[in-house]
Design a binder for this molecule. Structure first.
Ligand SMILES: [Zn+2]
Length: 165
């Protein structure tokens, strides 16, 4: 199984018909977006169309709400799906649809491991290289984003910034 490396996580993938399954293992303690108050603004700026994507979850929470407190594997899935759509549309298709599912079980796997299954037709796998490269770049930017502001943020400012979103 080929793998891609980053200083912050490992990524491997298994290719099978109409599916590709990624396994991502985060090296840090952080496994959710809960301590990332910047996440929505960053995505709005860097990948705004991600908020048009549908998210099927038990509580039916839309992605723009879900993203402020979700597992990083699920965030990675949505970013990859969006870059896949954009890569396909950029070649002239009027629409693109990809589906994904993220699972984890830290009793079985090391903490911070996620399995991300992407539904993708064989002819669309040509878009994976570009989409994955952009996903890695944005995901690393998210992981590396400075966090000191969390500590210094005054409650009044928090209220203000949430109103500005
Ligand atoms: Zn989702």
């Amino acid at each position: 199984m080929p793998s891609l490396t980053s200083p912050y996580f490992s990524l491997s993938f298994a290719d099978s018909p109409a599916t590709i399954t990624f396994t991502i293992m985060l090296y840090g303690d952080e496994v959710t977006t809960t301590q990332m108050p910047f996440i929505r603004q960053m995505l709005k700026k860097d990948l705004p169309t991600i908020f048009r994507s549908k998210c099927f979850n038990e509580e039916n929470i839309p992605f723009y709400k879900e993203v402020i407190s979700t597992e990083l594997g699920h965030l990675f899935e949505h970013i990859l799906l969006e870059y896949l759509c954009l890569a396909k549309i950029n070649t002239g298709f009027s629409e693109a649809t990809f589906s994904g599912m993220t699972r984890w079980n830290w009793n079985r796997d090391p903490y911070g491991t996620f399995h991300i299954e992407i539904g993708i037709d064989e002819q669309d796998k040509v878009f994976l290289t570009q989409a994955l490269s952009k996903t890695m770049t944005l995901f690393q930017k998210i992981l590396l984003y400075p966090r000191t502001q969390i500590v210094t943020l005054h409650p009044a400012q928090q209220i203000l910034s949430s109103r500005m979103e």
